[in-house]
Design a protein around this ligand. Structure first.
Ligand code: GDP
Length: 361
């Protein structure tokens, strides 16, 4: 499944965040058969208000939300691209993830030293981006001469070469490919084979002091540093306390710092979206479940998320929109109101579709 790598300088709160992710995910993982619990992977449920409503309508025994996997990528320090620290291992680990989540320190605890002396979110973002950019430039340095050779008399390879050369220019200017490829006219698909780090989608977690969580001006300035990438704001220390508390006490603690939703929940939602994913829903007496598919997936592809046999034997799907179902109160009522649609193999799934597949096995 798709995963997001967590990176950041030392002492910014990565372990604190990651431990919270893992602890919140252990309860979730227990619900999923075959879920492996890897110490470097934290799994979080994607919050979805629709699930409890659906479960109520169907009398479902349990609820299974979609999940996002976060991978702890330790060891990014200044100089990692030149093999400092655990440089090479770090680069190998991050290459396997589908998106990159940078944790940035904003909290100002004087007892926690900053590797570069003082607190500067902008400098830290640049330090990390520089390491990732240097790693990509090393990859491209080797790739460009090879692509130049391959593209002699081969038009397909020419577009890969052109994209690689344009990418070098973007990176030389200090911009990640995720932020700068579009403006430079680069189609990231032409670079896919190179597995460049900065071409992955980015998102940012700003680790704030609790009183800064309600400072909208500060948050807007920080978001501005990373736009168009998404920013999530949290106090990692509070997040690590929240996962230890029963639901009502957790809510109380959140409200005491002016929040309605935990940082972990926000991160799961934003991460899911950054990965280009969406869900559809199934519901019955056994379980109500959100299934993960790529945005733009067709009905047979969606059936394949449940089982590959369902995709192969797909006949049709009965699709009900969540809103229609809630309004009618039951599947039977939606059907008799004529709002249950039968869709074929070309149907493109919409977020919030409640589905029942018909298939041959
Ligand atoms: P890492 O090196 O990035 O993994 O950082 P850690 O998670 O180990 O955190 C370094 C230190 O900062 C630890 O003593 C944490 O308790 C502390 N810390 C982490 N997050 C916060 C936070 O949001 N606020 C404060 N005040 N301290 C934090």
């Amino acid at each position: 499944s798709l995963s997001i790598g967590i990176v950041g300088l030392p002492n910014v709160g990565k372990s604190t965040l990651f431990n919270a992710l893992t602890r919140s995910g252990n309860a979730l993982a227990a619900n999923y058969p075959f879920a492996t619990i890897d110490p470097n992977v934290g799994v979080v449920g994607v919050p979805d208000d629709r699930l409890p409503k659906l479960a109520e309508i169907h009398g479902s025994a349990k609820i299974l939300p979609a999940k996002v996997e976060f991978v702890d990528i330790a060891g990014l320090v200044r100089g990692a691209s030149e093999g400092q620290g655990r440089g090479n291992q770090f680069l190998a680990n991050i290459r396997e993830t589908d998106a990159i989540c940078q944790v940035i320190r904003v909290f100002s605890d004087p007892d926690v030293t900053h590797v570069d002396g003082d607190i500067s979110p902008q400098r830290d973002i640049e330090t990390i981006n520089t390491e990732l950019i240097l790693a990509d430039l090393q990859t491209l340095e080797k790739a460009v001469p090879r692509l130049a050779k391959e593209s002699k008399g081969n038009k397909d390879r020419k577009s890969a070469l052109d994209a690689a050369e344009a990418a070098v220019k973007v990176l030389d200017a200090g911009t990640t490919l995720y932020a700068g490829a579009k403006a430079a006219g680069i189609d990231l698909d032409d670079l896919r084979e190179l597995h460049l780090l900065t071409a992955k989608p980015f998102l940012y977690v700003f680790n704030l002091d609790a009183d800064e969580l309600v400072d909208e001006g500060l948050k807007a300035r920080l978001a501005g540093l990373v736009a168009p990438a998404e920013a999530v704001f949290m106090d990692a220390k509070i997040e690590s306390e929240l996962v230890e508390l029963p639901e009502d006490e957790a809510l109380e603690l959140l409200q005491s710092v002016g929040q309605e939703e935990s940082g972990l929940s926000q991160l799961a939602r934003v991460g899911f979206d950054t990965l280009g994913l969406q869900t559809y829903l199934t519901a019955g007496p056994k379980e109500t479940r959100a299934w993960t598919i790529r945005k733009g997936a067709t009905a047979p592809e969606a059936a394949g998320a449940i089982h590959t046999d369902f995709q192969r034997g797909f006949i049709k799907a009965e699709v009900v929109s969540f809103d229609d179902l809630v309004e009618a109160g039951s599947i039977a009522a939606v059907r008799s109101a004529g709002k249950a649609r039968i869709e074929g193999k070309d149907y493109v799934m919409q977020d919030g579709d409640v589905v029942e597949f018909r298939f041959n096995v």
